[in-house]
Every structure is written in structure tokens, then in C-alpha cells.
Design a protein. Sequence first.
Length: 130
Amino acid sequence: MADQPKTILIVDDDPDLLESNELLLQARGYRVLTAYDGPAGLAIAREEHPDLIIMDVMMGTDTEGIDTSRQIRREPGLEETPILLMTGIRSLHGRDIDLTPDAERLPVNDVIEKPVSPSILMAKVRELLS
């Protein structure tokens, strides 16, 4: 029996970015789930228990991805699920944002800046799934 493909959940409110990343990951053999906002992503994560979550920061609010990551970390069975945060912002309202992963403030495994090249995204995905 063949190994089941790893499941990756992408949460992003940009439909073009969501679709391009979905196609990229599917072409590499991953099972891909998608959500357009944090609440939908959380619901899918609860039901599907993905192997990796790729999350945008700014969706409905400036911090929706961070807030959703905190909720995921409190969910039974999802506490250890790797989360890769993707963001196009390094400053908000004129202030620099510290995007260093931290268990309390920013409970994710890694952060990458948009736009991200397919090769960098794939390298991060492989690293977080290993």
C-alpha cells in the first residue's frame, strides 16, 4: 500500500495566491485544503488535522492569521501542527512588526515574506514536514 500524501492547509484571502500555491503543492504530490479566512481555516484544521498549515497574516483583520494560529495551538491534536506564516507586511501603521516566532506572541514555526518564490516555499514546506 502506498503512503498517503501529506495534507497541507492553506489559509489566505487572496484567491489568486491561494490557487497558485494550491496548484504548486498539488503538483508536488501533496493533498491541499484551502480556506479564505481564519475561522474557516480553523474549522478545516479541526476536522482534517493537516500535516502543515500555511497561513496569511492579514485577512479580515490586520492580525487574523496570528489570532487563528493562537487558536490552533490551543486545539487538542493540533498543538504541534507546523504553521508557516506568510506576510507581505513588515510594518503596520508606521511601526515595524517583530515577526520572530514565539510560543506566546507569535506561535508559529516560521515566517516568510510575500511574494515568495516557489522554490523557497517548497524548501520551507519540506523542512517543516521533515
